[in-house]
Design a protein around this ligand. Structure first.
Ligand code: FAD
Ligand code: NAI
Length: 476
């Protein structure tokens, strides 16, 4: 029987990073993962993020953005292109190439850091003295590894909609939505969350007529509502995404005519037939096959493995990280928890600040934020001041042809400490890092205002918003 200091179950961005960090700290480490590639014929490390999540979705967003730009934006630069054509299969092939490259890269990183990689489904068997036994199932074969510490990083799976089965032919989850090789004429999306908006944008840009049906009456309820309202206007009025809020789905039929959705909105009954339907109504923690009940691993009422602030479960030396535990389902949160757990096992005292985890939605314009929204500050009775500035007159944004959007800095009215930074605009996925850094170092809005920002850059808009918080904007 193989013996290890640390056994990690799951090789998504939580698990593979935890395994690498544990090995770097001198622990004999094994990472057990059951993920397979798109063809289903070989192991694929990287979990949801690399295979059917963050990375492939961003590849498609980029391809579709290029197509859209060639059709609509090149002319104003004096560039004439002929009959611009789109090949969905080629776009998917490019995306698959990126996925293969990155998942293969993890294999290389495991070798480099001396992490043993085991293919198969990991299941907690029980304790043998002070070590845990983990059974690994691979095509009917069973092996057992022993480890002093176990880190569970088994991620999440799409939340099912009881009204319809996912066949990934006409009714799609994220996996199907990332693999369409023809552009659907009419695409329906249930849920206007992150996947709905990103995937809806991809297929809209390449020619689909897209309708998004959202249960909540508020658009992007977790985002700052000033930014969310601006986004809603751009997506619906300028980009032509049909987004219906406050929808109740009554029935879905998937037959030879397509996928027919019957729903109510504002007291009115409606029926729409789509060629394809994406169901993106959130994700649920994945503990399938772990034998959680058998070993007494506690879960909360929503199925997340219960952990304390430092990712300890109720079982000794069993830790859990990433999407399978509380907190935002984001790759960077999973990875940072993985690093922190490995370091805790090594006796270090790492700290992960949940208040400074950035959120990004990769639409165009992008949406990004860190910290509290205005709505949260009001609800908490915190006195705040705010500064906003737009990209409309920013030289770099104008040069890019993307002079649209807003940056908002929220700071404590008494101390000026930055409490939140909210953005919609070009490349704000990159810009938000300055907000994160500011908050991590307890910066004031004046600190941001006094930092020299390069010219001409998009970051000048954040600079200007920080100046505006003190009512001394220079370009406002
Ligand atoms: P996962 O990535 O889900 O990995 C879990 C791994 O564990 C899988 O490989 C699985 O096969 C394996 N596994 C499960 N059970 C077992 C078992 N019993 N034994 C062995 N192996 C097992 N987040 C971002 O931050 N940015 C983005 O842009 C972004 N885009 C996304 C786009 C889409 C379409 C989706 C669906 C998600 C996106 N996410 C994004 C979320 C991100 O993918 C997840 O937050 C992240 O992958 C969670 O990492 P994880 O390691 O916890 O789990
Ligand atoms: P989500 O939680 O972002 O959005 C789901 C949406 O579906 C919500 O707006 C919800 O109100 C709505 N909904 C739920 N039930 C419904 C119903 N019956 N009818 C209509 N609408 C309904 O979840 P999503 O988009 O599925 O993504 C899952 C997770 O993956 C995200 O929460 C995020 O953590 C991660 N992700 C992150 C990305 C990023 O960081 N850029 C990109 C994509 C996914």
């Amino acid at each position: 029987m193989s013996q290890f200091d640390v056994a990690v179950i799951g090789a998504g961005p939580g698990g593979y990073i935890a395994a690498i960090r544990a090995a770097q700290l001198g622990f004999k480490t094994v990472c057990i993962d059951a993920g397979v590639n798109k063809a289903g014929d070989a192991p694929a490390l990287g979990g949801t993020c690399l295979n059917v999540g963050c990375i492939p979705s961003k590849a498609l967003l980029q391809s579709s953005e290029h197509f859209h730009a060639a059709q609509h934006d090149f002319a104003e630069h004096g560039i004439t292109v002929g009959d611009v054509k789109f090949d969905a299969a080629k776009m998917i092939e490019r995306k698959d190439g990126i996925v293969t490259k990155l998942t293969g890269g993890i294999k290389f990183l495991f070798q480099k850091n001396k992490v043993e990689s085991l293919f198969g489904k990991g299941s907690l068997k029980g304790r043998n003295g002070d070590v845990w036994q983990v059974e690994v199932y691979n095509k009917g074969e069973k092996s057992v590894v022993e480890a002093k510490h176990v880190i569970i990083a088994t991620g999440s799976v799409p939340r099912p909609l009881p009204l319809i089965d996912i066949d990934n032919v006409n009714v799609l989850d994220n996996e199907g939505a990332l693999n369409l090789t023809e552009v659907p004429k009419k695409l329906g999306v249930i849920g206007s969350g992150v996947i709905g908006l990103e995937m809806g944008s991809v297929w809209k840009r390449v020619g689909s007529e897209v309708t998004i049906l959202e249960a909540m009456p508020t658009f992007l309820a977790a985002a700052d509502q000033q930014i969310a309202k601006e986004a809603f206007k751009v997506f619906t009025k300028e980009q032509g995404l049909a987004i219906e809020l406050g929808v109740k789905i009554n029935e879905i039929k998937n037959d030879k005519n397509g996928v027919t959705v019957s729903y109510e909105v504002g007291g009115e009954a409606k029926t729409e037939t789509f060629d394809k339907l994406i169901v993106s109504i959130g994700r649920i923690p994945n503990t399938e096959g772990l034998n959680a009940e058998g070993v007494g691993l506690e879960k909360d009422e929503r199925g997340f493995i219960k952990v304390d602030g430092e990712c300890r479960t109720n079982l000794p030396n069993v830790w859990a990280i990433g999407d399978v535990v509380r907190g935002p389902m984001l790759a960077h949160k999973a990875s940072d928890e993985g690093v922190a757990v490995a370091e805790r096992i090594a006796g270090q005292k790492p700290h992960l600040d949940f208040n400074t985890i950035p959120f990004v939605i990769y639409t165009d314009p992008e949406i990004a934020w860190v910290g509290k929204t205005e709505e949260q500050l009001k609800a908490e009775g915190v006195e705040y001041k705010k500064g906003t500035s737009g990209f409309a007159a920013n030289g770099r944004a104008l040069g890019l042809g993307k002079a649209k959007g807003t940056v908002k800095v929220l700071a404590c009215a008494k101390t000026d400490r930055v409490l939140g930074v909210h953005m919609i605009g070009p490349m704000v996925s990159e810009l938000v890092a300055e907000g994160v850094m500011s908050m991590e170092f307890s910066a004031s809005s004046e600190d941001i205002a006094r930092i020299v920002h390069a010219h001409p850059t998009l970051s000048e808009v954040l600079h200007e918003a920080a100046l505006a918080a003190d009512k001394r904007a220079l370009h406002g």
